[in-house]
Design a protein around this ligand. Structure first.
Ligand SMILES: NC(=O)c1ccc[n+]([C@@H]2O[C@H](COP(=O)([O-])OP(=O)(O)OC[C@H]3O[C@@H](n4cnc5c(N)ncnc54)[C@H](OP(=O)(O)O)[C@@H]3O)[C@@H](O)[C@H]2O)c1
Length: 260
């Protein structure tokens, strides 16, 4: 890598936390952050998964890693995870706020519980994590970058995804509102809006005939590869992007711009 590129995008000396790091996008982001030079804290409920991945990343990159079990629906658990990260690694200054779930269903079949768990995880969970992160960045006067994983379904809608779409639209608006409020502290808040990437959240659907037909109708006629999300995340994470905040960036092979 040229010195110029590593000077812009390198994350040496940074302490990153990925929430929702036990699979899919978050696992890919955790690997990428360490490869770019950051020490990495991995958070999720499945402790066995994040511990194994933390060890694998440390072995590959030589960076410090820490696995911290947390549940974004539990405010105490989120606070405790940031406390542990800070005590063992220092103030976290990059956060991939990525935990999420989807319960696709026709709106009339959705239950109160479907609505509540989706909002509590995807929207309020990201709100809990963003506030826990920013309060520590502000206290330490470190500044930082918070990257929320929203979705193209926070920008447009799709059938059977009412609760998910509403939660992700909330994440997009929250991203903009927090960016505005925390600009003066040097805390940037942006969102990535992925199109379809095959992970545990959607692999069963994408393997169905209906899922394959949907993918064939997208402009790219394929799902994204997880590595294709990484450059957008690193761009938002690095200090060279100091004037980029409040953005919701689609990474979707032009999925969202197509109207016909
Ligand atoms: N894949 C896509 O096409 C796509 C598109 C747009 C947006 N997204 C978003 O990308 C994010 C990552 O999803 P993914 O595609 O990588 O799916 P995934 O493989 O199912 O990953 C979801 C992650 O969220 C974590 N999580 C869920 N509930 C949690 C909770 N209560 N507390 C802590 N962690 C929790 C899971 O960990 P544990 O179960 O171990 O807790 C897991 O690490 C989600 O926000 C999703 O909405 C995905």
């Amino acid at each position: 890598m040229s010195d110029y590129v590593s000077g812009l995008f390198g994350l040496d000396g940074k302490i990153a936390m990925v929430v929702g790091a036990s699979s899919g996008i978050g696992a890919e982001f955790a690997r990428a952050l360490a490869r770019a030079g950051a020490d990495v804290v991995l958070g999720a409920r499945r402790a066995d998964r994040i511990e194994a991945l933390a060890n694998e990343i440390a072995e590959e990159t030589g960076k410090r890693t820490l696995a911290v079990a947390l549940d974004v629906t539990d405010a105490d658990s989120v606070e405790a995870a940031f406390d542990k990260a800070e005590a063992e690694m220092g103030t976290v200054n990059i956060v991939c706020n990525n935990a999420g779930l989807a319960r696709p269903n026709f709106a009339l079949a959705d239950t109160e519980e479907d609505w509540d768990i989706t909002m509590d995880t995807n929207l309020k969970g990201m709100w809990r994590v963003a506030r826990a992160a920013a309060s520590r960045m502000i206290e330490a006067k470190s500044g930082g970058s918070i990257i929320n994983t929203a979705s193209i379904l926070g920008l447009g809608v799709a059938p059977t995804q009412t609760t998910y779409c509403v939660s992700k639209a909330g994440v997009v608006q929250m991203t903009k509102a927090l960016a505005l409020e925390w600009q003066r502290f040097g805390v940037r808040v942006n969102a990535i809006c992925p199109g379809y990437f095959k992970t545990e959240i959607n692999d069963k659907y994408l393997d169905t005939e209906q899922g394959q037909k949907m993918v064939a109708l997208t402009p790219a006629k394929r799902v994204g590869n997880l590595e294709e999300l990484v450059p957008a995340m690193l761009m938002l994470a690095c200090d060279a992007s100091g004037f980029t905040t409040g953005v919701a960036l689609p990474v979707d092979g032009a999925h969202t711009v197509r109207i016909l």
